[in-house]
Ligand binder design. Structure first.
Ligand SMILES: Nc1ncnc2c1ncn2[C@@H]1O[C@H](COP(=O)(O)OP(=O)(O)OP(=O)(O)O)[C@@H](O)[C@H]1O
Ligand SMILES: [Mg+2]
Length: 335
């Protein structure tokens, strides 16, 4: 455990950055405790990569106070670089080199020496389940393998703080889970992790604290539970075959909100078995014929919508990755 009095791994106040007359970061404050996972959540173009670049010394801010690993990146970039590792949004892997060669190259950059470098490369290849593929060129790796190699390269220097810019974007659900496991293990070992994601379930799954970035400002910051508590509760959605059934159900169920176009009815409820049973009993008793029922528990997508008034789709790109489960929050469809 980290002593409560220890300085935060990352502390940022009033961070500002513009490109030309486009304000990208408009006064950001955040703090990441040592050994914790912090998720910066935002849609395309929100400023996530810009934040990572500034905190990792790759780009200069226009203003604000920054401490990373206790040092100011503007004054002591070398000390910051010695404490951190960065896995960028776009791979740093050299496709023409083998997995092992990529790692040894990183080890050389960290002056680990010939023997030390090879040992470190072998250890990381094993740890990231890449030992078998070690001698193959990285261009032949799958997306998940490439992403693991990328992260392994970040860990060569044994950083205390790592930045992961969208570590799972483009990965299939299984590779995504593998990456989550790796990230959790790193944090359990005491590494501080600052990750960015567009995916609400990912932040929910991994992060101790989450900050929601929207158009250059943080619109919320807290634990997943705290963020969820800021929005209205869950509901049960009932689907009907025709308007008459919908109207009859709407009359019978107090507090329910009908949507006549969709022939659906939203009934407030926490999705517990008890409330579901009560609802089903009521529908039975009144002879109401429901076509479909689904339970909707609030998630971070709802939080984003509640906080910003718009969904998580960015404004500067029209496509989103297809791996996410961000679009729908319906669960347990029962026919
Ligand atoms: N070097 C640059 N020059 C000019 N504009 C830039 C530069 N880097 C970023 N921007 C702009 O700043 C905004 C934020 O970009 P950034 O890459 O930080 O977003 P992001 O949250 O990482 O988005 P994504 O999810 O698409 O990766 C965008 O509008 C982008 O076009
Ligand atoms: Mg980005």
């Amino acid at each position: 455990m980290t002593p409560a009095a220890s300085a935060p791994a990352i502390a940022v106040t009033g961070l500002r950055k513009s490109f030309g007359d486009q304000v990208v970061l408009d006064g950001i404050d955040l703090e990441v405790a040592e050994g914790t996972i912090f998720a910066l959540l935002g849609p395309n173009g929100a400023g996530k990569t810009t934040t990572v670049h500034i905190l990792s010394t790759l780009s200069a801010p226009d203003g604000g106070g920054i401490r990373v690993g206790g040092h100011d990146p503007a004054l002591h970039p070398d000390l910051v670089r010695a404490a951190i590792g960065v896995t960028g949004q776009f791979s740093a892997v050299d496709g023409l080199l083998t997995g092992e060669e990529n790692l040894v190259l990183m080890a050389d950059l960290h002056h680990l020496g010939r023997v030390g470098g090879r040992r470190r490369a072998a250890e990381l290849l094993r740890r990231f389940d890449l030992a078998e593929a070690a001698g193959k060129t990285a261009a032949t790796y799958s997306g998940g393998m490439r992403r693991r190699l990328d992260l392994a390269m970040t860990l060569v220097g044994d950083p205390r703080i790592i930045f992961l810019d969208e570590p799972t974007t483009g990965l299939d659900p299984r590779s995504r889970r593998t990456m989550w496991q790796i990230i959790r293990r790193l944090a359990a070992g005491g590494t501080t992790i600052f990750l960015t994601t567009q995916q609400l379930d990912e932040a929910d799954e991994l992060a101790d604290r989450i900050a929601v970035l929207d158009h250059g400002t943080l619109v919320a910051e807290g634990t997943a539970a705290e963020l969820k508590s800021r929005i209205p509760g869950g509901h049960i959605q009932l689907q009907f075959a025709d308007a008459d059934s919908l109207d009859a159900a709407a009359r019978a169920l107090a507090g329910a909100t009908p949507d006549r176009d969709a022939l659906s009815l939203q009934v407030p409820g926490d999705g517990s078995v008890r409330s579901l049973r009560a609802l089903l009993d009521r529908l039975d008793r009144d002879g109401l014929d429901v076509q479909e029922l689904s339970v909707h528990t609030p998630d971070l997508d709802d939080v984003f919508f509640a906080l910003t008034g718009h969904p998580t789709t960015g404004t500067d790109r029209t496509t989103t990755e297809s791996t996410g489960t961000t679009g729908t929050t319906e669960k347990e469809a029962v026919r």
